[in-house]
Each structure stands twice: as C-alpha cells, then as structure tokens.
Design a protein around this ligand. Sequence first.
Ligand code: ATP
Ligand code: MG
Length: 390
Amino acid sequence: MNDIILLKQGEIVLKGQNKRFFEAKLIANAKRRLKKFGSFHVYATQSTVYVEPQSDDCDMDGALDAMTKLFGVVSVTRAMACDKDKDAIFETAKTYLAEAFDEAKSFKVETKRSDKAFPMTSIELSQYVGGLLSEEFPEVEVDVHDPELTVHVEVRESAAYVHGKPLPGAGGMPVGSNGRAVTLLSGGIDSPVSSYMIARRGIHLIPVHFFSFPYTSEQAKEKVLELARILTASCGRLTVEIVPFTHIQEEIRDKCPEEYFTLIMRRFMMRISERIADMNGCKALVTGENLGQVASQTMEALRVTEQPLSLPVLRPLIGMDKRDIIAIAEKIGTFETSILPYEDCCTVFTPRHPRTKPKLEEVLEVESALDVEALIKEAMDGIERVCFEI
Ligand code: ATP
Ligand code: MG
C-alpha cells in the first residue's frame, strides 16, 4: 500500500472544449518529471490528477517536490494510504495530521467514497472519524461550515487515503500548451525570471545565449548553462542555443561610433533570435528588459532595438521593481547563480556615454557600415547546442 499525490488543476478547468488537450499536456509533463523518481501511474478525474506510485521504492519526497514546480497545477497534496477500515482511517488522520490539528481552531471531515462496497456511507464515515478526532483533539472545535482544517478521506478501490491542507502549486498552464518562444538568456538576474514567467503561461522555451569568447569567459557560459539547468524544473526540457558573438562585437567596435555600440549589438541579438525562432516554429521573443533600468532600456532604445523584427517581443518584467524581480529569482532558485561575478557580453565594449534617446535614422545610418547579413550568417553557422533534460 502506498501514498499518492493529488494535483489540482488550475486555469485548465476554465478551458471548456480544449480542456482535454490541456489535461493531456499536463499529464505528459507530469510523467516526464516523475520518471527519475520511480514508476508512477498518472491519470485525471474531475479536475484532479492522481499520481500513484507503482512500487514501494518510489521516491515520494522527490516526486512531491517536483510536482510543486509543475505549471498547470494550483495545489499539490500528499495523501496517506491506509486500510479501508474506519479505525485505521481515524488512526492515520490522528498521526498524519497531528501538526495541522495543533495549528487549527476548527475542523471538519469530508469523505469521498468511490468504492461503493464500503459498509458505511460518506456521511457516516465522516461523522465516525470526526467524532473520534474531536475526542482526540478536544481544543479543536468541529465546524462544518467554515473550518480552518478540512480532513479529507477518500475510500478508493485499492485503499483509503487521508490528507489535509495542500501545498501551493506553481500555477500557470502546462508547458507546451500555448506554443513556443525564443528567450534571450543572459547570465543576469532578469532574464531567468522573464523566462520563467513566460514558460508559466504554457510556452515551451528555446533559450538563446550570445557568447563573446575570449572577452567573456568559459565560466560566464557555464553560468548561463547552470541557469538553464535550474530552469528545467519548471520549464521542462531546454535546448540552449549558444551563438558566437565575438566577431559581431569586434566589427561594431571597429566600424561604429562608440555611443551606439550597445544599441547595434542588441539589434543583432534580436535579428539572430528571430531567425532561430523562425527555424523552430516560435511565435515570439522573450527578454528580461525593464523600463529605464539601463541606457538601452528607455522607450526610444526599445523601439530601435525591436525595429528589425516582425515577431512580437514579450517583456514580462517591463514594469516591475528590481526587488520584486529578485524575490522571484530567489523563489525559483536562480538568484545565487545569477549574482556570480562573471561578465556578460553586454559589458564588453560598453560605451562611456551611451545614447539614451537614439533616433532610428541615425542608428540605421551607423549600422550601414556593417555587412549585417554576412555577420548574421557567420554567427548562425557557429551555433552550439546544449540540451538539458528534466
Ligand atoms: P539580465 O539581468 O537579464 O542580464 P540586464 O538588466 O543586465 O538583464 P541587459 O544586459 O541590457 O539587461 O539585457 C537585457 C536583456 O537582453 C536580457 O534580460 C536578456 O533577455 C537579453 N540579453 C542580454 N545579454 C544577453 C546575452 N549575452 N545572451 C542572450 N540574451 C542577452
Ligand atoms: Mg545583462
């Protein structure tokens, strides 16, 4: 007899006609994440996904933790299994939920019974278990209308299950249910957070990183790969496209006025990202840009940056405060890696006085000194791919 994990679906339940499609994605994503924790049977009924271990050696703690990171789920509950016997159910509730009883002022028992051969009705079983629990925890009142703690009892074919308060789920929608996008991933604090936020809307991501060896070090690349690895727990499998960017940056340095370095470099990043997006069926680009944070993130600079594109640029952090971004980075586990002190290609050849209110015509004029198409092709030909499974 084993414990099980219950996943409550979030926005998927609002999907009406498409519900089955979203649910199938969610189940497939759950299965993929559970593989390394043992053999599980995963299926859905009534907006709940059941995760049932198929053997005693399944790592339930690992599985529970993985499920709290799964997009498309609003709450995650581990339910204790016991014999289908009214006293065994009471004993299980008493020990498993002892801590929850310590914290609650009121409770009720709610029973669901899918095994119709069980000798008591749902109400009888709730009253029996509730009666014993209230003797056991006399300071916790019974309140059937608005209890602080609900003791859930489920009598199913294989066993009975008891569970209390669920853990919060990751929310959002199942990755892959809303298409694909390219995310520009630097080693900073912002872009792992923007990636996470868009993946949470059900988007499968392809991270692209621009790498300027030897101006930026191997360690800087390793840092970005580590960020991608951390993100897989939420975003699913990620294949990072590493684009050699050195020659482009040197050409800009040699042929353009210094005050335009960053802007022109960013236009190259956008163009190359769009090519990668087109090759992979992606419908948008994602960046960690944030209004006013740096010289290249004024409204005028953003306009110049995105002007060569036809795909939309999603900027989920655009109006957020840095401390709110940091709070998310800490929550998703990327912050500590992001603050490692390796340089990014944006900090190579940084202009001393960057243009904060660039005019598009001037930028186009400056850029015409470069063979844009040849430089893009050369960079695309040198792409290296690193895949991270979940
Ligand atoms: P971050 O903390 O994400 O690095 P930032 O505040 O340092 O952001 P910029 O360096 O101007 O801002 O970069 C803005 C955005 O451009 C980043 O959030 C990221 O999406 C993208 N970007 C910057 N550098 C790179 C890079 N080397 N490779 C891929 N994308 C990059
Ligand atoms: Mg940066």
